[in-house]
Design a protein around this ligand. Sequence first.
Ligand code: GLN
Length: 482
Amino acid sequence: MSKIDAFSNSREALLNSDISAVELVNHFIERIEKHAELNVFLEVFGESALAKAKEIDEKLSKGEEIGRLAGMVISIKDNICYKGHKISASSHILEGFESLFSSTVVERLLAEDAIIIGRTNCDEFAMGSSNENSYFGNVKNPHNTKTTPGGSSGGASASVAAGLCHLSLGSDTGGSIRQPASFTGTIGLKPTYGRVSRHGLIAYASSFDQFGPISNSIEDIALVMEIMAGGDEYDSTCSKSDVPSYSDLLKDKKGKKRIAYLDSHLNHEGLDPEVKKRTEEIIDGLRSEGHVVEECKFDLLEQLIPVYQVLTTAEASSNLARYDGIHFGYRSDKATDLYTTYVKSRSEGFGKEVKRRIMLGTYVLSEGYYDAYFSKAQKVRRLVKERTEAILKDYDFIISPSTPHAAFELGSQVEDPIKMYLEDIFTVQANLTGQPAISLPLAESAGMPVGVQLMGKDFNEAELLQFSAELLHNYHLKKDLA
Ligand code: GLN
């Protein structure tokens, strides 16, 4: 890998005039073309990326101050709005649609001179765990191209793992940042619900969705988080509480921690023995360093996926009602009147998994079933939240594997939705409760990377990132690609 593949080096090279921002962009465009077979990018934003690069080069030549992200090349998932650029959520139904405004996160990154290099492939409307639900084909895992890079932010994780950008923005509703990070040996953070504005994110399940970064560098994640986070008048669920300087706090060593692991997670029957062993080694290592690491009882593991599925599909059935063949993108040419416009456009425009979830969501919200499914699931969500909060009152973090195993083979379980849903067993908890969670590349199985997850206290990304840096320093398993 070339030297500028790390943001800190790129920035230094820019400031020393060893490289121009235009050369930097061209370097990444070349790499993207070289790795086209991975199917990571749905579109490279060559023109706007080069225009931004020229702007940076001009500032530098005039001796003007450059933004904190000048020199950082970022890819965005294809469900993040960027004004004047196409966006499809990897769906046929948004064919030809262009964003009319930029998401708040994109605006904030651009204001600090980040270069947005393109949009990445993902599962259709962020529904999936393998990127195989994309209308534009699956993405390949750069560590082993027969396997999935995870989903739904599969293009995002692969873009970082293959060195096609410095950092990628994804979204996480049930694990879509952390599971792909786990499968590709990268770092992926789902912030606290309400820490980062969702304005300009194509909604899947609004009470779960969060934007977050994937990168090889915890420093870059901290920096991007402090720039993206914070109140936004366009998202009423976004907290106005102060955003600490995560990157400064990263260097703070805050002493010994209290860490919990959950009996149900480590004894889960689907957990790969190698992943279990490695997690236990890390737990032992942390104890010998003087941290308190204790087992906690958690008896709601079996409820997590069903509750997640009932609630997210209910929200999705409402959020996706807007794609009617009239307001956005695709319209069936077989439509003859209003009714057939709706029915045919939606039938032809949505893929199989999205239709399955819309139907399931409509069913659980329907009269006669609402109390049995939707209301009940909401009650269980509350229980999960209370139980998790009680643990996090006593402990700073909850540690677990991010995923039960390493990346699976493409095609191996695409016909088995239940098996696919169970991929999210360790990640959905943080979406049901809202707490921040991060996947760190600390484990492996048969030579493939697997993440270890840390869940932290609400709005305490600072401590979560700081301790993640410490864990990465002590336990990182480096898996460099050729
Ligand atoms: N894999 C999960 C699902 O299929 C998570 C999706 C997400 O976080 N967007 O729903």
